[in-house]
Design a protein around this ligand. Structure first.
Ligand code: SF4
Length: 414
């Protein structure tokens, strides 16, 4: 997910002392959080077999000696957190890291525990992120048998030169192979992640990537412009002059190319970087993404996973050692509670990322709340006049040009 400006937060001070240290665990979250109605669960698996140069997620090279204890710990955390949850979960998303690096026996145990501990909706969407090199028939069978019904494959590019620039350790053929194996096992709801704006990438090559992805028949595509995150190898190489960023005009053209090519192939854009095929009365949008952008309640499991419940946000500490040592509740940090104005800003910021935008009635209500209604109203009027926002029936949304400049527009309404 690309970086987004954040609303005003109220930092919540630490209140608990554990082992003589002022540390807080998820057990210390207020009742309104621990007893909230949880819609979705995010699980973070921190292992990878190599660190890609652009990646700033919490992940590290797996020594294969901690998978078992990690899964034991995850089950323990999940059991403690889910005690008392009764509303059926709509979505589980296992990301990372590389979840498909976990060996099949560990997956079997984890999935069996999830089925026995978590209240699952009969229409649950259960997504697992997959690195193409790590998908095997045995693993796919275990995932499908355990209830996984959606896979998100990190394809990124189908051009070996660009994969090399990103330091991705897979070849394009492995994406085709992984999609085939997953389908064979019965997981046919497949997302492919693509990256554009890679140094040296030409517009025609990006079209080729889109076409190669479409040829695999996915139900969902996420297309992100390459971002240079602080403290990544990619950013250090950029700063050392190893390559140049592609220029903004070309990146904007690539974004436009995604819009037109994917629309022509029957995909609907539902968020700035996400497209899905229509199925029945709706589109196969990622429920985990929607839970995030619609500010629903999701619970985090695993080190560095972030959660949101009833306006509270927190993050499990991104250190596997600390996570493994704690029991059963994980140490947490970055605990924040949005004040009323912050909640308004966040709803505006997240809601406008979606193509459905925000309904006039809700917008009116939001602008009447919070301390900065007048300021926000003025920003909306200015951006509607300048063509970055538009009314689509009774809903306000970003225009295609506004989506390109989303960070600027949204920063003003937060
Ligand atoms: S596989 Fe994914 S999580 Fe792991 S290093 Fe690469 S981009 Fe990061």
């Amino acid at each position: 997910m690309p970086p987004m400006p954040g609303p005003e937060h109220v930092a919540v001070p630490l209140t608990t002392t554990i082992d003589g240290e002022r540390r807080r665990t998820a057990r210390d979250l207020p009742d309104v959080v621990r007893c909230g109605v949880i819609d979705a669960v995010y699980v973070h698996v921190p292992f990878c077999f190599h660190k890609c140069h652009y990646c700033d997620f919490y992940s590290f090279v797996d020594r294969q000696d901690r998978q078992g204890v990690f899964v034991d710990r995850l089950i323990e955390e999940m059991t403690a957190a889910a005690h008392g949850w009764s509303a059926p979960l709509d979505s589980i998303f296992v990301g990372g890291g590389t979840p498909t690096l976990l060996a099949p026996p560990h997956w079997k145990r984890l999935l069996a525990s999830m089925r026995s501990v978590l209240p699952l909706s009969t229409s649950l969407e259960f997504t697992v992120e997959a690195n193409p090199e790590t998908v095997t028939p045995e693993l796919a069978e275990v995932l499908a048998a355990g209830g996984v019904n959606r896979a998100s494959i990190g394809a990124q590019s189908f051009e070996p030169r660009h994969l090399q620039t990103l330091e991705r350790w897979h070849d394009p053929a492995s994406v085709v192979r992984a999609a085939g194996i997953l389908r064979e096992a019965g997981i046919d709801n497949i997302n492919l992640d693509l990256i554009f704006g890679i140094p040296g990438q030409r517009l025609e090559e990006w079209y080729d990537d889109l076409d190669a992805a479409l040829a695999l028949g996915p139900s969902h595509l996420s297309c992100y412009g390459l971002t240079y995150e602080a403290n990544t190898a990619m950013t250090r190489r950029l700063e050392a002059g190893a390559f140049e960023r592609i220029d903004d005009a070309l990146e904007a053209e690539m974004y436009g190319a995604a819009r037109t090519r994917l629309a022509a192939a029957g995909f609907e854009q539902y968020e700035i970087s996400n497209w899905a095929r229509r199925a029945g009365n709706g589109i196969r949008a990622c429920r985990h993404n929607l839970a995030y952008w619609r500010s629903r309640n999701w619970w985090p499991l695993g080190p560095s996973a972030s959660g949101h419940v009833e306006g509270w946000r927190w993050k499990n500490v991104p250190r596997l050692g600390d996570y493994l040592d704690a029991s059963p509740w994980p140490p947490i940090g970055d605990v924040e509670h949005l004040d009323d104005d912050g909640q308004v800003g966040e709803r505006l910021m997240l809601g406008l990322r979606l193509n459905e935008g925000i309904a006039a009635a809700e917008l009116k209500m939001l602008l009447a709340r919070g301390a900065r209604g007048g300021q926000r109203r003025a920003a909306f009027e200015r951006h509607t006049t300048s063509g970055l926002l538009e009314w689509n029936g009774d809903r306000l949304r970003l225009t295609p040009r506004g989506q390109l400049l989303a960070d600027t527009v949204l920063a003003e309404v937060v």
